[in-house]
Design a protein around this ligand. Structure first.
Ligand SMILES: Cc1cc2nc3c(=O)[nH]c(=O)nc-3n(C[C@H](O)[C@H](O)[C@H](O)COP(=O)(O)OP(=O)(O)OC[C@H]3O[C@@H](n4cnc5c(N)ncnc54)[C@H](O)[C@@H]3O)c2cc1C
Length: 419
């Protein structure tokens, strides 16, 4: 399918595709077949290869060692890395690192960029974004955030409880969302504060075991529950404007939602590739499964819907270059999350026992895609925003000539029947 991405976007995505096909996917297949985990040293070797092939960290400016692509131009590369379980990691375009890099690059001070962003891009250190809290703290409704940061001289003192902090188990620093002005509305009174993990009072409680949590690599980033107990950091660790945490998070999430969409679209494409290969070879009831019209129609629907999702993401990305594009991003996110979930499910179904077993990557894909309907805003939360937009301008004139009950015919109020 031709999407008329820019020449630069196609050229880099072409190099990423070749890297996936020649190096990364063969290693992934081998790891699945042998059960041997891909080591951290191997991942660092991938990074070196990615640098040699000019495709390392496509989301970052060249001065930090990335490819300096505009947002829209990097998306096709994200689609390519999504085809492998280790694709995004292999070129350092994996969540949440990519989103955290993006945040620091957008609003970090020059000092923060030198101290934290530069080594982060190079993979010398790791990071995590710590926003979600256990109930009744901030979750789908981030206004419910309870973690606080109070100024004491030139320091923030942070107290709070977070969980689902992705890569929080081995992060060197945490971007913590905390209420910094309790008198203001949360949207104006919340800030993002950079907390080095080794700071006193940062208590990494546990890794949260979860659906899709089994990896084929040795990496231990996990998803952390973290308690912040009188954690003191300098006020200059504020990332972006004080009180502007939600705006910054929105900037981070807007782009992050689309890069997630593209990674999962790539994953859906590979699931379909595997399913098609399987049903093309597998015979049952006198012909190959790919001859059965029931399956052919399902594959056709999947191809159509995947194409629609990719088109929506590209449209949202184009709008995001001009504006906040909240509705376009919300629509693309909900739709892509649903379509990719459905496609992974279809791929599992097509492959029968091989879909459930883990010799092929699709069982991993299936587990990995389910959280996508919840992370970065659950479907219902985005639908809420889309519905608000949909009801912004109700065209009452459309009902102008509709027959209505003639109230003047009623002279006395109807008496209620005692029965
Ligand atoms: C794998 C994974 C990685 C994550 N990584 C991070 C991370 O790095 N950093 C971080 O801060 N957080 C992270 N999260 C947390 C994630 O952002 C939250 O789980 C998500 O925002 C939902 O919040 P909640 O879990 O508190 O769900 P709740 O707020 O308890 O909502 C539960 C469900 O209610 C429904 N719902 C919510 N609102 C409405 C509504 N208005 N109408 C109808 N239904 C509604 C939705 O279906 C939702 O799934 C991660 C979560 C997962 C699973």
């Amino acid at each position: 399918m031709e999407y008329h991405d820019s020449e630069k976007a196609k050229e880099v995505a072409g190099r990423v595709e070749a890297f996936m096909d020649e190096v990364v996917i063969p290693r992934e297949r081998e790891a699945l077949a042998t059960g041997e985990k891909i080591t951290n040293e191997e991942i660092e070797e991938f990074w070196e290869m990615a640098k040699e092939r000019d495709l390392f960290a496509p989301q970052m400016p060249e001065k930090y060692g990335g490819q300096g692509l505009a947002f829209r131009d990097m998306l096709p590369s994200f689609e390519q890395v999504g085809r492998s379980l280790i694709g995004a990691l292999s070129i350092r375009a994996n969540a949440p690192q990519e989103g955290n890099m993006h945040t620091l690059e957008l609003v970090g001070t020059e000092e923060q960029k030198e101290e934290w962003l530069r080594p982060l891009v190079q993979g010398e250190i790791s990071s995590a974004f710590s926003m979600t809290e256990p109930l009744q703290g901030g979750g789908s409704d981030p206004k419910m955030l309870k973690t606080t940061a109070v100024k004491d001289g030139d320091e923030w003192v942070i107290n709070g409880h977070k969980w689902w902090t992705s890569d929080g188990m081995d992060a060197d620093f945490l971007l913590v969302m905390a209420r910094t002005d309790m008198d203001a509305h949360p949207y104006e009174g919340t800030s993002i504060i950079l907390v080095p993990t080794e700071t006193d009072g940062v208590n990494i409680v546990r890794n949260i075991d979860h659906l899709g949590g089994h990896t084929i690599t040795e990496r231990t980033g996990g998803h952390a529950e973290i308690k912040y107990e009188n954690v003191r950091v300098p006020v200059e660790n504020t990332v972006g404007p004080e009180g502007g945490g939600f705006k910054v998070a929105q900037m981070r999430l807007g782009g992050g939602r689309l890069t997630h969409c593209m990674r999962y679209s790539g994953m859906a494409e590979r699931s379909l590739d595997i399913a098609k290969a399987y049903i093309n070879e597998r015979e049952a009831f006198g012909s190959t499964l790919s001859d059965k019209q029931a399956l052919r129609h399902e594959i056709a629907d999947a191809e159509m819907r995947l194409h629609a999702a990719r088109t929506m993401v590209r449209h949202a990305a184009r709008e995001l270059d001009q504006s906040e594009a909240r509705i376009e991003v919300a629509m693309a996110k909900v739709y892509t999350a649903q379509v990719t979930n459905d496609i992974m499910d279809l791929a599992v179904q097509c492959c029968g026992g091989n879909g459930i077993g883990k010799d092929l990557p699709i069982a991993y894909f299936y587990e990995s895609v389910r959280p996508f309907r919840i992370v970065d805003g659950a479907d219902e939360v985005h639908r809420r925003s889309i519905a608000r937009y949909a009801f912004e301008e109700v065209k009452e004139e459309e009902l102008e000539h509709l027959l209505r009950f003639d109230e003047e015919l009623i002279t006395e109020p109807a008496v209620a029947d005692d029965d």
